[in-house]
Write a protein that binds this ligand. Structure first.
Ligand SMILES: Nc1ncnc2c1ncn2[C@@H]1O[C@H](COP(=O)(O)OP(=O)(O)OP(=O)(O)O)[C@@H](O)[C@H]1O
Length: 278
């Protein structure tokens, strides 16, 4: 049997009312690895991520295959999805402000994730939540547990979100720009945590990012998306050897610190890149 955690074949997604598909025939597999998805804003990266959790109300999702472990994701009912989301598959978003409930204590929100999926007491869920807050390097978890979201910093909020998403020990984590709002030190800590999950627990990780340096250094493989399609798939270490002119354009458009001053490059876009492959 395949070791892939995820198999995606010919995934198409159209938002309600849109004239064209936001994602147009995307295919890839994910093993127990770190897979980066990069591309400019609007290329469809987040839409692919959300489609895997079927978190796209009003959008039409079709695929020849959309398989997560033994599950056919296209066939799951909403009730079945509730058992999968946050338990076997979870998504870390860029900004904790949109994901934490402002009027509930941080720790209660984390513990609730555990209570929802496991048959345990509130005290056990609290213990689990405190342990996970420590695991994401929150120094005083007891104090943070009792705080409200507005009382903690953005970096801490992001770690709380990550704790919440990892508490139920998921097999697949989709991280959508998880570190772009964080300062450099916290960012490294978060990447270390995610890296440890892949190496020690064998999860599959999808890292959605604009940051080519990040995916080059952190991921095993990279998918490059342009206008709803994957234009190139590469081993992350080979990113600089990319062949597709769009990927080459993305690489060339990165600002370089310390190099000679030069005008920032503008991305070239050609109509033939939009064409469907035969
Ligand atoms: N809720 C929505 N309703 C309608 N169209 C949407 C919605 N969300 C995204 N889109 C459209 O789908 C396309 C893909 O957007 P998506 O957010 O997936 O891109 P992205 O590559 O993740 O961009 P970013 O890096 O800015 O998040 C874009 O054309 C976008 O305008």
């Amino acid at each position: 049997m395949s070791q892939d955690i995820l198999q995606v074949e010919n995934l198409r997604i159209r938002y309600g009312g849109a004239a064209t598909d936001a994602v147009r025939g995307v295919s890839f597999t994910l093993g127990r690895e770190r897979l980066g998805i990069v591309g400019e804003s609007g290329s469809g990266k987040s839409t692919v991520g959300r489609a895997l959790l079927r978190l796209l109300p009003g959008a039409t999702i079709t695929a020849d295959t959309l398989r997560f472990a033994e599950l056919d994701l296209t066939a799951l009912s909403e009730k079945e999805l509730l058992k999968v989301r946050g338990r076997r598959m979870s998504m870390i978003l860029q900004d904790p402000k949109f994901s934490l409930n402002p009027i509930r204590r941080v720790g209660d929100q984390v513990a609730e994730t555990y209570l929802r999926h496991f048959n345990c007491t509130k005290a056990e869920a609290r213990e689990k939540a405190l342990a996970m807050l420590s695991a994401v390097k929150i120094r005083d978890p007891e104090r943070v547990y009792d705080q409200y979201p507005h009382e903690i910093s953005g970096g801490m909020g992001q770690r709380v979100m990550i704790a919440m998403m990892l508490l139920a020990d998921p097999e697949l984590v989709i991280a959508d720009e998880p570190t772009s709002a964080l300062d450099v030190t916290v960012r490294l800590q978060v990447l270390n945590i995610l890296d440890g999950l892949v190496r020690d627990r064998g999860i599959g990780l999808i890292m959605i990012s604009h940051d080519l340096n990040l995916v080059r250094n952190f991921c095993d493989r990279v998918l490059i998306m342009y206008a709803g399609r994957i234009v190139e798939t590469l081993a992350a270490r080979d990113l600089d050897k990319a062949q597709h002119p769009y990927t080459r354009g993305l690489l060339a458009a990165q600002p370089r610190i310390g190099g000679p001053r030069a005008p920032l490059r503008v991305l070239d876009r050609r109509p033939e890149w939009l064409e469907e492959k035969a």
